[in-house]
Design a protein around this ligand. Sequence first.
Ligand code: ARG
Length: 377
Amino acid sequence: MDSPTTKVRSWNEWDPLEHVIVGRADGTMLQAPEPAVQPDWPEYGFPAGVFGPLPEEIQEVASERLEAFADLLIGRGIRVDRPALMEFDQPSSTPDWRQETMFGCASPRDVLLTVGEEILEATMSFRSRWYEYLCYRPLLERYYREDSAFRWEAAPKPRLTGGSYKPDFFREWHSLTPDEQWRRTEESDWIVTEKEPLFDAADVVRFGRDLFVQRSMVTNRAGVDWLRRHFPRHRVHEVSYRELLPWHIDATLVPLRPGFVLVNPERPAIQEAHDQLFRRNGWEMVKAPRPARTEAMPFCTCSLWLSMNCVSLDPKTVCVEASETPLMDLLDSHGFEVLPVPMFEVSPFGGGLHCVTADVFRHGELEDYFAVQIPGF
Ligand code: ARG
């Protein structure tokens, strides 16, 4: 049988994309409550404690969107792989806990971090996502067989006992005044404790030798430190932004080519060195326009800033959510070729265009885009 030979390699978010994984929406659950997530959608028939598959109509549209996006990529000569579905309505357990449902596999970006010739399975920090890596194992096994240089890695699976979460975090959070909430934000004082390293792959953004890693509801300081020790050839910058309850960095800091990064105008960086690092190295920090959408989809836990969750096909070409005309116009004026792709309906399944993809191969080498470093950052 004629099988394409795999090569795993991707150092940044913009080099020419040749091989990618695109997620699947089928069977995604509004997951059973767990310490880190407590879904509560009474207006759509899912009050706190009620869980089950997301309604079929919205699953169908989301699957069509993902299928069409995969076809668009294939049409441009990009190899596309899809994860293997599991029965996400099944309970899962470890010796430490039992969780009534899993979640889904629409967002490979959350689970898989590609850095050069390595794909690293993230720890994850929701119990409902603990086994999500299994959806990617058939692909990873195959890459491992076909590419003798592929470095297949997995971060230590976390225990996720009660000790990994601050007790009663959400109740306490909602009792805080806005000032107190912003103070906690300055300190990145989120739900996860420092008991064990925790991170989702989508809290990492790759700029060649420099990796930015966001502290968030799913990524703790020990997780950032684990990544720093794991990638000794890289400079790992721990970052945080003025955003309440942050998770995943790809609607906040989105590089599209060397020297050009989209930033979220509502989420300034907390560390002063963040902007200094970009400026001193001649990067243009371009503020994303306000999202064109004004209303989120039911069951969507992301903000409307998914508008800036775009994915590059190469340093000149970027896929943007089709309804986001202001962003498309802006990128057009900066010389990008913009491909409008309808993806909004996938937001209840975990994200936008960047989230639903994970790089396998981008054509390019490891480069240093930040020759001038800021001490201590
Ligand atoms: N938390 C981000 C926001 O609401 C959305 C990021 C989703 N990213 C992802 N990889 N699932 O703005």
